[in-house]
Design a binder for this molecule. Structure first.
Ligand code: GDP
Length: 371
């Protein structure tokens, strides 16, 4: 699959930058068509390392002096709307290249990414016919009401325009024992893992080849709808050559099945209820002799049973010389994400407080006898 990556705001920019790095790595070489980022903060843009200068766009300098919007998503949205022509041109320039889908990434609780995202989806739909996926970062509980409000506002504005909304929950993945920057670094690495395996479906290179049940871009496109959660698991392969060949064959099937099961029952990018899943995709990778057709069949049957008969697609991709079996799952077509409820509650409290504006006569009431 060939994807175009667009990073908005600080979180979006950092994750796009990491994907650009993996795009030049041996294992995931060449899965992106382009990577481009937009921000209202000059400082955030300058911290990126893998995206070329011409693909870093500073927007709204007249209003923000290049210092960001300070959690004001409404201002960011206004800036994006005022600069729609500039954004259109920057994105249209990339339009001539072959691609299967576009991923737009943003921290939903922040200002720039959250405010830009709905406008970008609208502009992208004018240029591209390919599916457009929003990859949204949910704020953690300790980040306050304004972050929750921005998140809900953004989700409401993009719900009908993104072909799927892939969620990553900082609350679930944050590492409070680390510094905030280290925690972000850890989370971003964990987030890009399943993205890399899924978006590399059908990509062949010197190290990668089609498996017995190949997966391609259409399998991914037919799976991603509504809200999506991703999962990933790995099992290291035993070192050395076993003399018990028969036993080894059985183990390969069990390993393939187990890695898919682990990817689904382990920590997902966002929590979900398996019976809510309507479409699912799994991908197993590993060296040829370790990927078993029997294991893939068993994995598919298991996924169908735990999702109560969701539409399940799945297959494998062979990676020469790999020392592990990986399983990656996309659980999709969902309309109920439990994590959204507490964010909605928090956002509602903020709105209530904002609207509690006393009337002038209540504030400036002159009491008889007061000095
Ligand atoms: P913006 O630059 O105004 O769009 O704001 P941010 O991108 O910083 O968005 C704020 C939200 O994104 C908060 O929920 C942050 O915790 C989260 N965030 C910021 N940077 C990162 C990052 O590198 N990784 C992750 N996972 N979350 C981030």
């Amino acid at each position: 699959m060939k994807v175009g990556i667009i990073g908005l705001g600080q979180a979006g920019g950092r994750i796009a930058d990491l994907l650009a790095f993996y795009n030049t790595s041996k294992e995931f070489e060449g899965f992106t068509t382009f990577t481009i980022v937009f921000n209202t903060s000059k400082a955030d843009l300058s911290q990126l390392t893998h995206i070329s200068d011409k693909d870093r766009h500073l927007i709204g300098e007249r209003l923000t002096k290049g210092e960001g919007v300070g959690l004001n998503a409404e201002l960011a949205e206004r800036i994006a709307k005022e600069n729609e022509r500039v954004i259109f041109q920057a994105l249209e320039e990339k339009g001539g290249m072959k691609l299967d889908a576009i991923i737009v990434i943003a921290g939903l609780g922040g200002g720039t990414g959250s405010g830009f995202l709905p406008v970008f989806l609208k502009v992208l739909k004018m240029i591209y016919h390919e599916p457009i996926y929003a990859l949204g970062i949910l704020p953690s509980d300790d980040e306050g009401g304004l972050m929750a409000y921005n998140t809900i506002r953004c989700l409401k504005n993009i719900y009908d325009h993104a072909d799927s909304i892939i969620l990553f929950d900082n609350n679930l993945w944050k590492r409070p024992e680390l510094s905030i920057q280290e925690s972000y670094k850890y989370m971003n690495e964990e987030l890009v893992k399943p993205i890399l395996y899924i978006m590399n479906a059908g990509v062949v290179s010197a190290k990668r080849s089609f498996g017995t049940k190949p997966i391609d871009a259409l399998d991914v496109i037919n799976t991603l709808h509504g809200f999506t959660a991703l999962g990933h698991a790995e099992i290291p392969l035993p070192k050395g050559i076993s003399i018990f060949k028969k036993r080894e064959e059985i183990d390969a099937a069990t390993r393939c099945y187990s890695v898919v099961r682990n990817s689904t029952t382990g920590k997902l990018t966002v929590e979900c209820e398996l019976p809510d899943v309507r479409r699912a995709l799994f991908i197993v990778t590993g060296p040829q002799k370790e990927v078993s057709a029997e294991g893939l069949d068993k994995a598919r049957a298991w996924l169908e049973s735990v999702t109560l008969n969701a539409e399940v697609r799945g297959g494998d991709c062979l990676i020469q010389g790999s020392d592990k079996i990986t399983g990656t799952v996309a659980l999709s077509g969902m309309y109920n994400i439990p994590r959204i409820k507490p964010l909605l509650k928090k956002a509602a409290l903020l709105i209530k407080k904002r609207e509690e504006k006393p009337k002038a006569e209540e504030i400036f009431r002159i009491e008889e006898g007061e000095e």
